[in-house]
Design a protein around this ligand. Structure first.
Ligand code: NAD
Length: 224
């Protein structure tokens, strides 16, 4: 698979490029210095674009992907509601998959949370998320994704410190006991591999908007 990486000079783009070079073909990548002609060349020579950047660049990637009729996988977070709605509209012309988190374990955690919520109806629910101090958004896209899975409201606490790749600690707190379900990413490898697996799967699909849950349901029979 020939892959164009959007956000190639970033933390995720660097990890993704390394993994793509080992298993697939790295066409090239887009950074803030990429010219319009270079954008076109990368898209023209790619079977799929994978984006880890910022919302305005993800929107541009969707527009370019549509023009070149190639699928786009995006892990970019921090979209405004309006921008995300605009982004999703591109899926009428291409296969478009977005996920705030490409870790399989995080999606399993979401499934567990939904199950626990059904039983622990009187418990309060909170999410504490920790990330490196250069992360632009707070709360993290993953914390927002986990909170969205729940009917009850979540208190979210964000901590930005050191070089933490991503910790999410979910607490159900009752009067006499507390249940904690947590996930820790040791490195960015899981996100890059997850995005690449989704890209491989997406290439065989019809045009439309997909999430990682769609991939997990079909590929791994994962009860998301
Ligand atoms: P980063 O700041 O290290 O990298 C951002 C990239 O965007 C850089 O390559 C930069 O050159 C590029 N960029 C910024 N403005 C640009 C512009 N105007 N034109 C072209 N390129 C531009 O950030 P990161 O840690 O790599 O994370 C990138 C995104 O991925 C963030 O939204 C982050 O939250 C998200 N993320 C998602 C997952 C997931 O599993 N979905 C995992 C980790 C990070």
């Amino acid at each position: 698979m020939r892959v164009g990486v959007i956000g190639i000079s970033g933390r995720m783009g660097t990890m993704l490029s390394q993994i793509v070079s080992e298993n697939d073909a790295l066409v090239g990548g887009v950074s803030s210095r990429t010219t319009p002609d270079e954008w076109e060349d990368i898209a023209k020579n790619s079977d799929v674009l994978i984006d880890f950047s910022v919302p305005e660049v993800a929107l541009k990637a969707a527009e370019v992907a549509c023009r070149h009729k190639i699928p786009l996988v995006s892990g970019t977070t921090n979209f405004s509601e309006d921008d995300f709605a605009r982004f999703q509209k591109y899926s009428s012309d291409i296969q478009l998959l977005h996920s705030n988190n490409f870790s399989v374990c995080v999606h399993l955690m979401a499934t567990l949370l939904k199950k626990c919520e059904k039983v622990l109806q009187d418990f309060d629910f909170s999410i504490t998320e920790l990330h490196h101090c250069r992360k632009k958004d707070a709360p993290s896209g993953t914390a927002l994704f986990l909170a969205k899975q729940m009917d009850k409201s979540a208190q979210i606490v964000s901590i930005r410190s050191g070089d933490i790749c991503g910790d999410h600690v979910c607490d159900f707190i009752g009067e006499n006991e507390m249940l904690t379900i947590s996930h820790r990413a040791f490195n960015r490898n899981i996100f890059a591999v997850g995005a690449l697996n989704c890209a491989r799967w997406l290439c065989g699909k019809n045009h439309g908007f997909y999430s990682m849950s769609d991939y997990l349901k079909e590929k791994m029979d994962c009860p998301t």
